[in-house]
Design a protein around this ligand. Sequence first.
Ligand code: C2E
Ligand code: CA
Ligand code: CA
Length: 582
Amino acid sequence: MLDVEEQWIALTRKVVGFYFVSHEYELLTPFISKQISWIGTLEDEICHNKDDILYFFNKEYGLYKDQYKLSNEQYHAVKINNQTGIVWATLNINAPDLPNVLVRLSVVWGKEDGEWKIFHVHNSIPDHIQGEYYFNIENAKVAYQVMDERVKLAATTDSVTHIKNRNGFCNAVSKLMHEHRKQNYALIKFKVQNFRYINQRYGYSNGDRLLENIAKNVKRSCNQEETCGRIEKDTFAILYQFEDRESLNQRLYQLNDDLIDKRMKRKMFSEVHLLIGVYLIPQNSKESIPAMLDKALIALNQINETQREKNILYYQEEMMKQQYHNNFILEQALIAFEKDEFKLFIQPQFDIESGKTVAGEALTRWITKSGEMIMPNEFIPLFEQHGFICEFDFHMLEKLCQTLRHWMDAGMDIQPISINQSRLHISEPDYLERFCHIVDMYSIPHCYITFELTESAFVEENERMLTLASQLHQMGFQLAIDDFGTGYASLSLLSVVSADILKIDKSLLDGSEVNQRSYVILEKVIEMAHDMGMIVVTEGIETRKQLDFLRELHCDIGQGYLVSRPIAADEFKRHWLSPVLS
Ligand code: C2E
Ligand code: CA
Ligand code: CA
């Protein structure tokens, strides 16, 4: 094991080789810190950051074609501390087009993200330039101090947005709260909900630009006794003072509106959605800053997918209990997954005219060892939150395909079954390939699998959905828009997305019985879907009256407790062999 001085010397030798001998500037760049300053022998060789250096290397690249030879190499390392050291190198360069030149280099090495990086280079040809500057240890220490300040700044500053990072934010919060003890403070955590999609859709550099823009505006919204920071990828935190909830709300709405510059907004095709969690810090609180950040996060995480029009939630103590409960369920669910406790249930879908079962929807049930049945609403949102949903949905798809294969092998005529796919999938790059691969593994004709995606996915990720819809159709799958009428989509959606099936949500059906406007909407939706060539399925039919009513409106297919609840796949098999409505 080399000691640290030897490591720096070995690294410097390597760097000198790339730089002077082989001119492999690309190999050099991984050693260069984001904070680098570089002083070369000429005025235009003074660089203040990594981009300048890369530009400079690029220029050099065209200049030096020959491999130079080095002689009389001498290296001397001085340790400033465990994180920083300087290597002085003296060497002679022999090149066909240059006389023998003596070069002196000072290279300052420092730790960045756990790796040794060059923070400063001073490169001099002593005869031409007042190059002795860094060859004096006192001066080197001054240079180090400047660098040390920068390193410290880097430790508390986010390199993308140049506002505080998590560390910097926590330090600033604790200082401000200490200095202004009488003030009411709120800790706010917010997240750009569709950031992953934005990154993939517009590229990472545009994603970074969006974050910078947000950071600039958040910072602008803070006064001198407030602070903000970027805590992780797409999550920011703010410490605001406040008088009362109402004025704080006003400020947060304003922040929501002003967060992205108009120019930037125009460039983005998809809306940027924010989820905001707020923790009102009690006076004289003894909690740690990370604990407060956690509380704001708990509130943020509880903003439900389904109530997205409300994007601000305040932390309450019960949320902590809910969080414990959720963690417990999640842990149990992951064990249950291993034990194969998630079962395939299917709910029949029937032709409203004939009453015959013509299709089904796959719905998952978690049956515990003790026989208790846990409904999807208890675990699906948790799986979505923790990113496990993708694996889970593939697993359930495989179960469905296994079952269909079984039935086909037994000589049954199968019918199309629809399967719910979380909207989180659609940003996965190889998603459809995997989906298709599973279906093909069991040789299920694609026309028997209907892909169900909820309305909100179509609204928020419109462009991506258009691509997905056409890919699905090319592969021969059917596409259904689920939960239509839950408040997001407009009728115009139907003309944009070429889905095959429109599934009308129970709430629209229930509303139509009591409210004339809802009735008209339902009627028009069915009419328009038909005009677009879609099949209409209405969910949640519980009464005869509803059924008759839908028959009048020429709805094609029904699904609901009136005919059957979701039932175990085996039971479903028996079910569809005989008509269920008479
Ligand atoms: P969904 O896709 O809207 O499924 C329809 C829900 O309505 C089902 O709830 C079904 O049991 C219920 N339902 C059907 N008929 C009636 C009725 O007449 N009255 C009432 N009140 N409800 C009725 P379930 O099975 O609890 O599933 C809830 C949601 O969980 C589903 O809503 C679906 O979004 C999701 N889900 C279920 N299984 C999966 C899965 O494997 N993957 C994913 N990603 N989501 C799933
Ligand atoms: Ca569904
Ligand atoms: Ca539904």
